[in-house]
Design a protein around this ligand. Structure first.
Ligand code: AMP
Length: 415
């Protein structure tokens, strides 16, 4: 079923959204992008004359009640965004009465799903090495089914609009779908947009295809890097992983972030790129700092000759130009992960140069996809989000989709 075809009149819809929004110390929302992202789906259901049961996780309460992560804190903001009163169910597994009482056009927000360990379906308080772990996991999977069944019992239909968690087989993202027939479960509008953006990158590649992978570590990106090697013409690797590559090639990197157990992996990536004819672009110079703070002293040095006591925190000017030159000629662009410690204003130049070049390429007709929390934070910080083709709400989910993996949240609906 697709959301456009479905008539929600008189139906109760349970909708998995991603309302995992950042809050300040007073529980005020600091960035409401995720709430705004879900509005087209939520509004369509209300406009049809359906009633809404909204469910989400927030943060990592690890299966325990933690009022600092209560969705009750965002109820009024959700109501303001939707333009209707929103009721609140303080226990997501005991909301049957509240759900049954909903009239067409009304909305109910459930408390944080992850207050229950059943949501993630992982046994708590038991080590993976423990001989009893497998039995505990099996038992938890059974409890997860019961929990999902309870959620499903509240509604006539299920909509998944939470792309950020689509790569997890959680109760609310996948298991719950088993309790609805195929005519009563569907992806929401945000999910549809995300899936289309990924398909655009994977099946409609206009060349040259340039991927920019940054962030702190090579280890967390290795799956996607290896996968991209078969698809891209240019692969820019930047951010903290620069120094693992520099050290692997015999460079001096001072006290820069490094993964000493990934030096062979770095050399292997360089070798594979050569074999596959991929133009691998690594930083040649960097902005080195004498401390990990915004107002540290800095100097521009080669990325493989960083003095002792200094660390590379951003791409240097020569590197920025090299990255920008490659990006500007691209026709398909994927960016995940910053080129430096962009949270510090003095170390944003590398990420800024990448963002500017992507904007220019996009203006010249390239399709550009920016994904992953930190790169999205970058384009937002620079005010450039509306000048790239698509900003994905997914981090891990986006990368797994581009790796070609089937996402459980999508498979549960599309089969
Ligand atoms: P990730 O979560 O792996 O995508 O990494 C994002 C983080 O990488 C951001 O918080 C950046 O501050 C950090 N990062 C980027 N470049 C560096 C660097 N040269 N040294 C340390 N951290 C970095």
């Amino acid at each position: 079923m697709t959301i456009d075809k479905y008539n929600f009149a008189g139906k109760k819809a349970i909708v998995r959204v991603d309302f995992n929004v950042p809050l300040d110390e007073n529980g005020k929302i600091t960035d409401d992008t995720r709430i705004r992202g879900a509005l087209p789906t939520l509004k369509k259901i209300l406009a049809d004359g359906g009633s809404l049961i909204i469910m989400s996780h927030m943060g990592k309460p690890k299966g325990k009640v933690n009022m600092k992560l209560s969705l009750g804190q965002i109820k009024d903001a959700v109501a303001a965004a939707l333009g209707v009163e929103v009721k609140f169910a303080p226990d997501c597994a005991k909301a049957a009465d509240a759900a049954a009482a909903l009239k067409p056009g009304e909305a109910l927000l459930l408390e944080n799903l992850r207050f229950y360990p059943e949501e993630e379906g992982k046994p708590v308080g038991i080590d993976k090495e423990d001989p009893a772990y497998d039995a505990a996991k099996k038992e938890m999977k059974e409890r997860q089914k019961e929990f999902a069944k309870t959620l499903a019992s509240y509604a006539d239909c299920y909509v998944n609009d939470a792309f950020g968690t689509a790569h997890r087989r959680h109760a609310s993202t996948a298991v719950v779908a088993d309790y609805f027939d195929k005519d009563n479960k569907m992806l929401g509008y945000l999910m549809e947009k995300e899936v289309n953006a990924v398909n655009n990158i994977l099946s409609n590649i206009k060349r040259p295809f340039t991927a920019i992978m940054g962030g702190s570590k090579v280890s967390t990106k290795i799956g996607i890097i290896e996968n991209l090697m078969d698809k891209v013409d240019n692969l820019i690797l930047c951010g903290g992983m620069t120094y693992t590559f520099a050290k692997a090639q015999g460079g001096k990197i001072g006290k820069s972030i490094v993964e000493d157990d990934k030096l062979d992996l770095a050399l292997d990536i360089i070798k594979k790129a050569k074999e596959k004819g991929v133009n691998l672009v690594l930083g040649t110079d960097c902005v080195a700092a004498d401390d990990f703070k915004n107002d540290a002293n800095t100097q521009i040095v080669p990325a493989n000759a960083i003095p002792d006591g200094w660390e590379g925190l951003d791409a240097g000017p020569e590197t920025r130009k090299a990255f920008a030159d490659v990006i500007k000629t691209a026709k398909t662009i994927l960016w995940n992960g910053p080129a430096g410690v962009f949270e510090f204003d003095n170390f944003t130049a590398g990420s800024r140069a990448i963002a500017d070049a992507i904007v220019e390429a996009t203006a010249n007709g390239a399709f550009s996809l920016v994904g992953g929390g930190d790169s999205v934070a970058c384009v937002n910080k620079f005010g450039l989000a509306d000048k790239v083709s698509y900003v994905s709400t997914g981090g891990g989910a986006l990368l797994e989709a581009i790796e070609g993996k089937v996402l459980p949240g999508i498979a549960a609906i599309e089969g």
